[in-house]
Design a protein around this ligand. Structure first.
Ligand code: FRU
Length: 491
């Protein structure tokens, strides 16, 4: 049965989706229309990739959360499916918040998500109560389970917050299902709770898997937990981070906690904590495993701190990153663009062992939809002072990537890329350093994703210009040697 709020959302997107086409990037997924935030239910179902997302079709601002829906065969090109869920039941009447999806043994697709309902207390304060709910369907239409909620405040450990209990990410291990869910312990910071189920409909609390202890922000939103290259990774998106050197910036952050997991006793021991993306626009990362065994992550390419700063007269707001393949090397998380993107590479322009001291542009190297890799190295023994790469450049615009080899600091700066708001426009982060650095830039109109040194680091950022500035400028203070490989991307 399709409820009136769901039908209304479906009719709205069917009618207005076309109007937003002019604004759409080519391969960074947006909503059909309106606003999106977190990726949800990133998974395989009946031979296709499915992605759902936090969705408010009616305007470009956050509102009562629906689940939008798209599917793909290669994680690059997406096809929209009708809106999957609207807030239309007593247990989710104020929003269907983030969650995950899985294919059940009987062939149905199950969505596990957070249902929201607002409750006015006697003193007038409104609490946003959060509980976990289930819906099952055929990949298009979903029925909400009559036994919802499947987890409520009575399933929380003593003293944990019922107004911060959300974002279940589930997986199957052997014949059991598990889910990690965010909440807040009595110290007011964040924690990740582990739940277990035999059938995805009946869940029980197992343990507190990880605690924030006010070390890395407060509430940890959108957890994910998976094995990778013999280790175990916990993802979280912390609110209210404090700056820590060049690793973490203040505000909404993103974490990968790498450790070991004793599955029998459900003990996760944390060894290494790092940021996942060092750019400006990245949050709520979620992963899945592809049929050939790759762990692939996607994230909301946006940040809550800047969402009020929108261009005028837009029909779309929010997009996903390109999915990234994950691995662990030398105890750190590496990430590279999904290899399926390479099938879209068009014309190749290449320059080998080009010497530069000063500024240059190169014939054939420009564009707003491209996949470009640049290797910078020193000429001889002397270290250059700085290397600059400017993309989306014309006489008044340009987004700059600056590398200083002596300290290995990489800086991105987009203040000259059309922004009209007084928001953060630059970020610095630490790379391995030294004279050699490799930069891969994936550009899709206003979306830029930078991968450094074969995926040792990534930085995502949006540009706010009109999209016409398409120059690429190279500049070196000192002598550098450049190898440039530039592909147009054809869609
Ligand atoms: C993270 C988040 C989630 C929540 C959703 C609501 O961006 O705040 O914790 O489920 O967005 O849209």
């Amino acid at each position: 049965m399709i409820s009136e709020p769901l039908q209304r959302a479906r009719d709205f997107e069917a009618e207005f989706q076309r109007c937003a086409d002019v604004e759409r990037p080519f391969f960074h997924l947006t909503g059909p229309i309106g606003w999106i935030n977190d990726p949800n239910g990133f998974s395989r179902y009946q031979g296709h990739y499915h992605l759902f997302f936090q969705y408010h079709p009616y305007n470009t601002h956050w509102g009562p959360m629906h689940w939008g829906h798209a599917k793909s065969d290669d994680l690059v090109k997406w096809e929209y499916l009708p809106c999957a869920m609207a807030p239309d039941a007593p247990f989710d009447q104020d929003g269907c918040f983030s969650g995950s999806a899985i294919e059940l043994p009987d062939g149905r697709q199950l969505l596990l998500y957070t249902g929201i309902h607002n409750h006015r207390r006697a003193d007038g304060v409104v609490d946003c109560l959060q509980q976990q709910c289930v819906a099952v369907g055929d990949g298009i239409n979903y029925e909400k389970y009559e036994g919802n909620p499947v987890l409520d405040i009575s399933d929380l450990p003593e003293g944990y917050s019922e107004i911060d209990f959300r974002d279940p990410k589930l997986w199957k291990d052997g014949d059991k299902y598990y889910a990690v869910i965010s909440s807040r312990p009595p110290d007011g910071s964040g924690a990740i709770l582990l739940y277990e189920s035999e059938d995805c409909f009946h869940w029980h609390f197992v343990t507190v898997l990880a605690m924030c202890r006010n070390e890395y922000g407060k509430m940890w939103e959108c957890p994910d937990f998976f094995p990778l290259d013999g280790r175990q990774v916990l993802f979280a998106s912390p609110m209210a981070m404090r700056r820590d050197g060049l690793e973490f910036h203040a505000g909404y952050g993103n974490l990968a906690i790498i450790g070991d997991y004793d599955k029998e006793n459900h003990i996760f021991s944390r060894q290494q904590v790092q940021a996942v993306d060092y750019g400006l626009d990245f949050y709520a990362h979620q992963s899945m495993e592809t049929p050939d065994g790759r762990r692939v992550m996607i994230a909301w390419m946006q940040n809550w701190a800047t969402v009020q700063n929108q261009k005028e007269n837009i029909r779309l707001f929010g997009q996903m990153t390109l999915p990234r393949e994950l691995s662990i090397r030398n105890g750190r998380l590496y990430q590279n663009p999904i290899r399926e993107l390479e099938a879209y590479r068009g014309k190749c322009t290449r320059y080998d062992r080009l010497r530069l001291n000063g500024t240059c542009t190169l014939d054939g190297i420009r564009g707003r939809v491209m996949d470009m890799t640049i290797k910078v190295s020193s000429c001889g023994d002397q270290l250059y002072q700085r290397f600059f790469l400017t993309v989306a450049q014309d006489s008044t615009h340009g987004a700059e990537i600056r590398y200083t080899p002596h300290d290995g600091v990489l800086r991105i700066e987009r203040s000259a890329s059309g922004g009209r708001f007084d928001i953060v426009h630059h970020r610095k982060f630490q790379t391995a350093g030294g004279g050699s650095v490799k930069l891969r830039i994936i550009m899709d109109r206003n979306c830029v994703e930078l991968f450094v040194n074969d995926g040792a680091q990534a930085a995502s950022f949006l540009l706010y210009d009109e999209g016409d500035a398409d120059g690429v400028l190279f500049k070196a203070d000192g002598n550098v040697m450049l190898d440039v490989e530039h592909y147009s991307l054809d869609f």
